[in-house]
Design a protein around this ligand. Structure first.
Ligand code: NAP
Length: 246
């Protein structure tokens, strides 16, 4: 049956995307829970949401591959109707000295973090343009706002996502479509475990609010930007970092 509020959240099997998908589902959205490899995690989330009366389906796609993204969007549309809210969250990160960055690493990060967003946005836009309504939230990073030593590639992709957000917001505003971005600080997910518990403890200590962020902290920021309370907000970057970058 066609639903009024349909969200597609990329990278929703784990971490931030998972919390965003859950939050939106409980707010009344029918949600497409995108995963890449962790079908088990996506299925587990969908089962939990469905058991609590929410509407959700798991949809596989590598967001760097346009054909997979197009097929994913079609699956969500068949299940629930056209996507009214896209949360472009899927991302990859890692640390390397710049002189060690290979072409393969550089291209993969851009393919997932930036082209992934482009593919998803272009796949959901035709309906939004037709309806003259819709909402897009991208997920950048504080390293898209500031430099990050040993994360040049990641930081470049996240800076580019902010450029995409701001420019697209200008282009789509006359069509009634809002585009905003959330820039998380250090959020306690699988992505940052590579840093080790000691470094994470130090990072929490360096955060003015005295703790690492949770996926739910970011889900709340996304939910705000997606809500009617943000209906006059477009082209903005909402930093949610406990004060980390000041
Ligand atoms: P995470 O725990 O590593 O989870 C990454 C998610 O992205 C997983 O659901 C994964 O799917 C999915 N994914 C990865 N590559 C994909 C691809 N090619 N196609 C589709 N999905 C893909 O990461 P996270 O910490 O939640 O981060 C989510 C977003 O927030 C990212 O864009 C990240 O850059 C950003 N961010 C995170 C932090 C942080 O401190 N954690 C800070 C700032 C910004 P599978 O599990 O199915 O493979």
């Amino acid at each position: 049956m066609e639903q009024k509020k349909v969200a597609l959240v990329t990278g929703a099997s784990r971490g931030i995307g998972r919390a965003v998908a859950a939050r939106l589902a409980h707010a009344g959205y029918a949600v497409g829970v995108n995963y890449h490899e962790r079908r088990d995690k996506a299925d587990e989330l969908v089962a939990a949401l469905t058991a609590s009366g929410c509407k959700a389906i798991a949809v596989q796609a590598d967001v760097s591959v346009r054909a997979e993204v197009d097929a994913m969007v079609r699956r969500v549309e068949e299940a629930f109707g056209p996507v009214t809210l896209l949360v472009s969250n899927a991302g990859v990160a890692g640390q390397a000295l710049f002189q060690d960055v290979t072409d393969e690493l550089w291209e993969r990060y851009f393919a997932v973090n930036l082209n992934g967003a482009r593919h998803c946005i272009q796949a959901v836009l035709p309906h939004m343009l037709h309806e003259k309504a819709g909402c897009i939230v991208t997920v950048s990073s504080i390293w898209g706002q500031h430099g990050a030593s040993c994360e040049v590639t990641y930081s470049c992709t996240k800076h580019a996502l902010i450029g995409l957000t701001r420019s697209l917001a200008m282009e789509l505003a006359p069509s009634g479509i809002r585009v905003n971005c959330v820039a998380p600080g250090v959020i306690n997910t699988d992505m940052v475990q590579v840093l080790g518990s000691e470094t994470l403890h130090d990072l929490a200590g360096q955060t003015p609010l005295g703790r690492l962020g949770t996926p739910e902290d970011i889900a709340a920021a996304v939910a705000f930007l997606a809500s009617d309370d943000a209906s006059f907000i477009t082209g903005q970057v909402l930093t949610a970092d406990g004060g980390f970058i000041g």
